[in-house]
Design a protein around this ligand. Structure first.
Ligand code: AP5
Ligand code: MG
Length: 191
């Protein structure tokens, strides 16, 4: 069982590559952003709580996010491995994920971190705003806020995995196919 953290800033391609990796390697894809958006759409209590954070590009509080991550993962006892997309985003979340997996006799196999220049992130997200319907894509100031929150609060999470020798940077510029090839090579190369 391999559990992968697919890491990277907003617009790095985490969601896009996760779909391809699920197809190819049979992981269960677990995206906290997708879970929050589904709850907002469904008008649930969680959705009501999360909405203002997502719309403004701020992080949903750790206790809420960790709980929903664990509940969703527990709903997949058949999983042969998870891709965690958009989680963990803080040190507390990384530590909670380690404890959660350890309680099941498992661990994170690797963090694969998509490295993309900031200008490219802004361009991808502004372009997606034309079709995504995502409130947080529609305003360049919110896109910038997400990038700033990533740099301040989330980027340091890489250190957690570097300390465990599990960090691997992946060049995230170029075509979707090229980047998928790099991720696949990392996964086939023993990650
Ligand atoms: P989340 O849903 O995780 O969004 P994000 O991190 O802002 O990232 P995106 O989903 O926008 O980008 P992505 O890396 O998945 O790229 P994608 O493949 O879509 O989080 C949203 C919010 O939820 C957060 O702001 C926060 O409020 C909350 N949240 C979520 N998790 C949380 C947590 N753990 N703790 C607290 N709060 C949390 O690609 C982007 C675009 O680029 C697409 O249009 C795609 O088609 C295009 N694209 C992809 N690859 C390429 C390529 N190679 N070349 C050209 N275009 C490309
Ligand atoms: Mg995404």
């Amino acid at each position: 069982m391999r559990n992968i953290v697919l890491f990277g800033p907003p617009g790095a391609g985490k969601g896009t590559q996760s779909v391809l990796l699920v197809d190819h390697f049979g992981f269960v894809h677990l995206s906290t952003g997708d879970i929050f958006r589904a709850n907002i759409k469904g008008g649930t209590e969680l959705g009501k709580l999360a909405k203002s954070f997502l719309d403004s590009g701020q992080l949903v509080p750790d206790d809420v996010t960790i709980q929903i991550l664990e509940d969703t993962a527990n709903g997949h006892p058949e999983a042969k491995g998870f891709i965690f997309d958009g989680f963990p985003r803080t040190k507390a979340q990384a530590e909670a994920l380690d404890r959660f997996l350890e309680s099941k006799g498992q661990s994170i196999t690797a963090m694969l971190a998509l490295e993309v220049e900031e200008e490219e992130l802004r361009q991808r997200l502004s372009k997606r705003a034309e079709t995504s319907g995502r409130v947080d894509d529609a305003d360049p100031l919110v896109i910038q806020k997400r990038i700033d929150v990533y740099n301040a609060e989330t980027a340091p999470v890489a250190e957690h995995y570097k300390g465990q020798n599990k960090y691997q940077g992946i060049a995230g510029m170029g075509t979707i196919e090229d980047i998928f090839g790099r991720l696949s090579s990392a996964l086939e190369g023993g990650v």
